[in-house]
Design a protein around this ligand. Structure first.
Ligand SMILES: CC(C)(COP(=O)(O)OP(=O)(O)OC[C@H]1O[C@@H](n2cnc3c(N)ncnc32)[C@H](O)[C@@H]1OP(=O)(O)O)[C@@H](O)C(=O)NCCC(=O)NCCS
Length: 160
């Protein structure tokens, strides 16, 4: 039976790595070291004794305006055999629930799954609005030469 999303532990790192790697065409790759360093930012769903979904976040500060920092939802992946059961939604809502503690104005995602995030209340924005994110994430991308020709879609959800 599926359980609620919970905080990840270091013991989950290898399975998180596996889930991200299985979805490498849609997700930015992460090393085991990077996952372990950021394990406190991951949420996971466990089912049948294994990790079947993960999601994380990263904060992108805005120079000169701490309150305008953007929180990006990252590394959202659900095992292919466990999809369309609400696990992805549960993971994203769990990450958003924990970042609400920091009171960001909005959360951001760059995604190839806009229909999924649309169901969760995200709306598309122009990538030019998130240049700071493009600098930290896209500048070293090995798949696309230019973030403006990359098919990933930028979407935000206001947190109010
Ligand atoms: C995108 C992904 C995380 C969705 O996980 P999931 O557990 O299947 O999603 P849920 O069951 O929680 O779906 C929530 C809603 O979105 C819809 N949905 C999910 N994936 C969808 C898709 N690819 N296209 C359209 N709608 C989708 C569901 O039907 C559901 O709608 P409902 O609320 O009306 O019933 C999963 O397909 C995945 O791991 N994809 C590969 C990695 C990826 O693309 N991650 C996102 C990039 S950051």
């Amino acid at each position: 039976m599926d359980t609620a999303a919970r905080r990840a532990t270091l013991a989950d790192a290898a399975e998180i790595f596996g889930l991200i790697h299985q979805n490498r065409d849609q997700l930015v790759p992460r090393s085991m070291g990077n996952i372990a360093e950021n394990i406190d930012r991951f949420r996971v769903v466990e089912s049948g004794g294994r990790i079947v979904g993960c999601a994380a976040y990263q904060i992108h500060p805005e120079i000169g305006d701490a309150l305008a920092a953007t929180v990006e939802i990252q590394s959202v992946a659900v095992d292919v055999g466990c999809r369309t059961r609400g696990i992805g939604r549960r993971l994203v809502e769990s990450v958003i629930g924990s970042v609400r503690d920091f009171a960001p104005r909005e959360v951001l995602v760059l995604t190839f799954a806009p229909e999924f995030f649309g169901k969760l209340g995200f709306v598309e924005i122009p990538k030019t609005k998130v240049m700071h994110k493009l600098y930290t994430g896209c500048i070293n991308c090995t798949k696309h030469a230019n973030p403006f020709t990359c098919p990933e879609i930028a979407m935000t959800r206001a947190l109010g």
